[in-house]
Ligand binder design. Structure first.
Ligand SMILES: *Cc1c(COP(=O)(O)O)cnc(C)c1O
Length: 453
């Protein structure tokens, strides 16, 4: 079937696979990341006709282009209805500048959008296979709870979440350590990058070949495809007659931003994507200088889910722009930097600027931002300040979490205690359960073999 899309590895040393295999493998055998061999187009007229569709319908229209041959349309439609049963508010801040709030899912961060679809895909795939699947996930704060929630109770799938024990908020921790059942949480005495490195090493470890392991991190292509949908959704709802749009994306591991790249490749008229990082500025520095230097250890910022010193999805971004970066961050072929600078506007936002943005948005517009969304908004503001001709243009900044996930920071900054959505209520009363472990791969491997073989 010519509609079926294959997925290739960015390290170019593993064969291309279909979507089901890419989902179940997570990382390719050569430690590369999967990308679709082509990006199916969404026509301008088609896009123009989606203005009144619900989120679940737009998800169906976008995702079916990637799932042909693996999931049939009826199956996919049912999954979209089931996964996207919450609001996706577009909030006007000023003029034609909007916030897209991706915080109404069950764990109150944008990670729900992808985790809920990917869990449903994997559950269908496991229905066709024997045995058990173990999902290893490193989290900087929000992936863990989104994944734990999405996979809780799924038959023959067990989830192990590794989190940096000192760098997640209490609420973030409680959201993942109170689930139990098929979900196990491990607090690692290290950084998010350490957790991510342990997980990646496990995927490539022959000693673990008896365990069927996959990833629910954004190294899995199953995380990125659903993250292209909300860009299409925002555009379909807001744009007039094919006009260009600017998106601003608060970024850590660059999975969210890859969703925008995929949407653009499908034909969404994204004029510029603002990449807003916190003080972990390795990507803005790379775009400026052409030299890539990881930040190790990563800098601890108030937007904790973006404390990433070596984002795995950078390898994908480099690939899309014609270059080659391996999993260690070594550049084997230079991407088209000039084109990257044309399409992307990368800024690093300090904690001080982030707090000032939370205050400013609250005072001037009555808008409540949390640290990640404030980073994105500050990035958009810098873009507009430096590009006066873009000021009246349609622009959307992504708010990636609910303010009530960060009550301490918001209270300290503007004296407001954000009202938790129903999904975050009552967490205090649940029993927490998690083990702690030093940052040591061998210890982790032994633990995994003991419990999962
Ligand atoms: C994960 C996360 C981010 C960063 O997303 P990436 O895909 O890793 O760039 C931003 N904000 C919040 C709230 C997150 O949980």
């Amino acid at each position: 079937m010519s509609n079926v899309i294959e997925y290739y590895s960015t390290n170019r040393g593993a064969p291309s696979v279909s979507l089901d295999e890419a989902l179940l493998q997570g990382q390719a055998g050569d430690r590369g990341l999967y990308l679709p061999e082509r990006f199916p187009a969404i026509g301008r007229d088609e896009l123009g006709s989606w203005a009144d569709l619900r989120y679940a319908d737009i998800a169906m229209n976008v995702l079916r282009r990637f799932t042909q041959g693996v999931f049939d349309d009826d199956e996919l439609r049912r999954l979209c209805e089931d996964a996207y049963d919450f609001d996706v508010p577009l909030e006007c801040v000023e003029g034609r500048h909007y916030l897209l709030r991706l915080d109404r899912g069950p764990t109150a961060s944008f990670k729900d959008f992808a985790a809920r679809m990917m869990a449903r895909w994997m559950s269908l795939l496991m229905g066709r296979l024997e045995g058990e699947l173990v999902i290893l996930t490193a989290t900087s704060g929000d992936t863990g709870s989104a994944v734990a929630h999405a996979y809780r109770g799924v038959d023959r799938i067990r989830v192990v979440v590794l989190f940096p024990v000192e760098e997640v908020s209490t609420r973030q921790r409680k959201q993942m350590t109170t689930i139990g059942g098929n979900v196990t949480t491990l607090g690692i005495d290290g950084k998010f990058d350490d957790c991510q490195a342990i997980v990646k090493q496990a995927f490539a470890d022959p000693a673990l070949s008896a365990v069927r392991l996959t990833s629910a991190n954004s190294i899995n292509i199953g995380r990125l495809l659903p993250q292209s949908v909300y860009y299409v959704y925002a555009y379909a709802k807001l744009a007039r007659g094919g006009e260009p749009i600017v998106f601003s994306v608060p970024s850590g591991n660059f999975g969210d931003m890859m969703g925008a790249v995929i949407a653009r490749k499908m034909g969404l008229p994204i004029q510029r994507t603002v990449i807003a990082t916190n003080a972990n500025d390795e990507v803005p520095a790379f775009l400026e200088t052409g030299r890539y230097e990881k930040i190790s250890p990563s800098r601890k910022c108030i937007s904790n889910a973006m404390n990433v010193g070596h984002p795995s999805n950078l390898a994908r971004l480099v690939d899309v722009y014609g270059g080659w970066m391996d999993e260690t961050g070594a550049i084997k072929e230079m991407p088209d930097l000039a084109k990257m600078r044309e399409d992307l506007f990368a800024v690093s936002v300090s904690d001080e600027q982030t707090r000032a943005t939370i205050r400013d948005a609250h005072e001037r517009f009555g808008v409540l931002l949390e640290p990640h969304g404030a980073t994105g908004w500050a990035g958009l503001d810098q873009f507009l300040q430096t590009h006066p001709d873009a000021r009246d243009q349609l622009a959307v900044s992504i708010e990636t979490a609910h303010p009530a996930k960060f009550p301490e920071e918001i209270q300290a900054t503007i004296g407001v205690d954000p009202t938790p959505p129903p999904s975050l209520e009552g967490l205090e009363d649940h029993e927490e359960e998690y083990a702690t472990m030093s940052c040591d791969y061998d210890a982790f491997r032994d633990w995994l073999i003991a419990g999962y073989t």
